[in-house]
Each structure stands twice: as C-alpha cells, then as structure tokens.
Design a protein around this ligand. Sequence first.
Ligand code: UDP
Length: 478
Amino acid sequence: MLQSVDTGERSLEAYRGVAPDPILDRLRDLADGLRGLRVLHLNATPYGGGVSELLRSAIPILSDLGLVAEWKVISGDESFFSVTKAIHNGLQGAERSLSEAERATYAATSERNAALLEEVYDVIVVHDPQPAAIPSLHGKGESRWIWRCHIDTASPNPEVWAFLRSYLEGYDGAIFTLRDFLPPDLPIARVEIVPPAIDPLSPKNIDLGEQTARQVLDWIGVDLDRPLVTQVSRFDPWKDPLGVIAAYRLAREEVTGLQLALAGSMALDDPEGWDIYGEIQEASAADPLIHVFTNLTGVGNVEVNAFQRLSEVVVQKSIREGFGLVVSEALWKETPVVAGRAGGIPLQLADGVGGALVDSVEECARAMVALLRDPGRAAELGRSGRERVREHFLLPRLLLDELTLMSDLVAGVPRPAPSSERDPVCGMTLVEPESAPSAGFRGLAYRFCSDHCRARFELAPERYVGRGGPAPSTEGAP
Ligand code: UDP
C-alpha cells in the first residue's frame, strides 16, 4: 500500500469572510453534484515545496465538501529522486541526457509504486514527473487520470521530454499552471490552465499579530532594529539564491545595516538542495548580516510567516519558476515583493500591483533599495497585492477550477463547459466577471483577471480561444 498522508479536518465555511463569497458558493454548488466522488492526489513528498503545501490544505476541504479525498505519496531511494530531479531540470530546459541506467531506475521504482496502488478511485491526480508513469504501469482501470504539472515545460530538453512523454499517453486530462508552459506535443487532449493558490488559514499565512511575529524572529536571532529583506524558497539553482546574495550586497551599499535572510527547505524528493545549501554557506560565511535558515534547523511555517510579515521587502529572484507560491504568501501579508520575471510570478504581480518584476541582479538591487527608501509606496504596493491575492489566489478558487475539470471528466465532457466567468489566458474563475477587464474577438466578449492577461490575449487571441479555452459571453462585446 502507498503511504497515506493524514491532513486532519477543516471546514470550507471557515473561509467565509476571508475568500470571496461568490467563489465559495460556486464551489459548494459544484461539489454538491460530486458527493461521494473518490479522489486521490498522488505526489512524491509529504513535506517541502509548493505541492505538499497545496495538498495539505486542499484534501481536508475536499472531504468537507463530501468527496472521499485522499493524499498518498510514492516512495523511492536517493538514486530515484536524483533521476526525477534530473527529469525536473530537463523539463525546465536544462542540458541533460538520461542514461540507460537512469531510465531503468525510473521505470523500476515507478513499477514498484504502481503495484502498491491498491485502492480504486474515480479520479487520480498525479503531480509532476516523479509519479507520472504510474497509470501506464498500473493500468488505468475505471479511474480518470489527470497529470498536474507544476513546472515550466514550455521548452523542455527534447530527450528528457520524449522519455516522460511516452508515459503520459494514457492520461484523460492535464492541468498546467500557465498556458505558456504547455509542451509542444502534449499527448493529452483535455487541458485546463489553473494557477495554484495559497491557504489563508494555514499556520504559514494566518494573521500572526506583530508582537508575536517579532518574538518569533527575535528568538531565532534576527535583529529587527535593522532593515530586513528575505527570500523563502527551496535551495534550488532556479531560485537563484547566489543572485539574491549579489543583489543584497549591492543594495547594502545604499542602505546601511541591511540584513538578508535566506530561508530554504529541504524536500524529500530534492537531493540537490544540500549542494546549493553548501554554496550559499560558502558565499555568506564571512557576512554576519546574512542569515541562512532551513526547515531542518527550526524554521517552519510560523517562522516563514513571521519573515514574510516583518521583512521590509520579500525577494523571489527566480530565473525559472512554476508559480511561486511564496509571492502570494508575502503579498497576503501586505509585504511588497521584488521578483524575477519568471513563470507565474508576473501573473501575481500583474498591472504593477504588489511590487516589482526584475530581470537582473542590478535591477533586483535597485528595486529593493527603492522600496526600502519609500515605505509609503511599499505599504501601498503591499495593500494592493493583498487585494489581488484575495480575489485570485486563495485556495477556494483553485479547488473550484480543479473540480470543474474533474466533474467534466467524470461526466465524459470532452471540452470545457461554456463559461464567460473564466479568464481565457490564465484560466482562473473570476469573482465578478461583469466588472473585469474585457476584450472583444470575432464579435464575442472575453473577460480577464487583469490588464496583463487582457494585453496578452490581444497580442494573439486565436491562441486562447481554441483548445481548452472557455467559451465567451456574446453580450457586451466591445
Ligand atoms: N517553504 C517553506 N520553508 C522554506 C522554504 C519554502 O515552508 O524554508 C515553502 C514556501 O513557503 C512555499 C513553498 O515552500 O509555500 C514553495 O512553493 P513555491 O511555489 O514558491 O516553490 P516550489 O518549491 O514549489 O518550486
């Protein structure tokens, strides 16, 4: 039997007054028609990184909505997770080939895990490449299988992609974070674009109160009389921690006493983390104003919450990114963000809301300094960022979008149901479509979460109204 992860019990009603009511109501209505649906989420680690973060919050709410929801993790040894990290990096475009031995390791471990999947489900959602081979090795049975890809697979390394692609052919549906991430020849017909979301009620995001947050950071040795910038992310080259240190050093020439915190987690499925950790230690060893923390040395959810709350600026200098949950986490705490223009980050910082997008170490330093020198502007960006997160990036919206796909697959609906309530670019359900930015195309009106999505649509509308795009409204076409 595969290992189950226990996530406890929580109620959707707890989100009333926090997440938008119309989204909660639509979610409840949709879930009413899915009562008793047996749903399994399958991934590679019960802790560390965005996927486990999401599942820990999503599973109890699905159960509260009347579904029979479970979370299980596959298991593997270090050599398996080294191969899956190589696949992960290759899918994000890294130059890397897979040896015969590595392919055999992936296949053998996948086969062992497939044999351990004993229960029967109506829908099985498989997250990322690590467990992706399970349906082809286990057999699809009566289940609908969804591949949920959280990473940027827009320009995958062809050899790595061809290897993984051969395992994806049996899937009934796929979910990607951004339309831009779709690989060129995905062998899955039904595709849904759904950006992730944060849980505003988790210990990481719940309101902490300034005094408590200060005590938490004081306790781990951060001097809150000095200005503080923080990056919270796995120790991963794509998150560019050495670039953050370089940008921080430039910024410190302008802002006396500035300190940097790098909080990074080690995930079970990410053996590369220790090497990067070593590089960061080396780069920061002689610098007492750089603090490096990990989840293995006492920095857990509450500490991350305090860092994201009390930092003057949160940095996320990613070079490649899936979504970057940490951006929404910081914005939810009204902290402005300086972040790399990568993956889902521009969607979160759309329309100049919440902070600044940067493309280099120098720009990153300049944006940090500008915000550190202008607390009024920083506060304004933080407030606008929180509002954008409230409207678009909270858990109930994510569950609504995912359940829409599950409901269609179970009912045998081959294409998305007509809806003018979803942004055709980012795929998100809109809270108030009537007042959202709109654009016309071929006499029909489309609605968007931001001017950023509308501008993207206007550049190439045919890209968004074809496969997987929602049907628009015929009313009020501009
Ligand atoms: N995280 C954490 N502790 C750390 C580093 C990261 O709890 O030291 C969490 C972070 O708060 C976020 C998740 O791990 O919830 C990372 O998700 P994101 O989408 O930003 O990146 P991923 O790791 O999935 O690439």
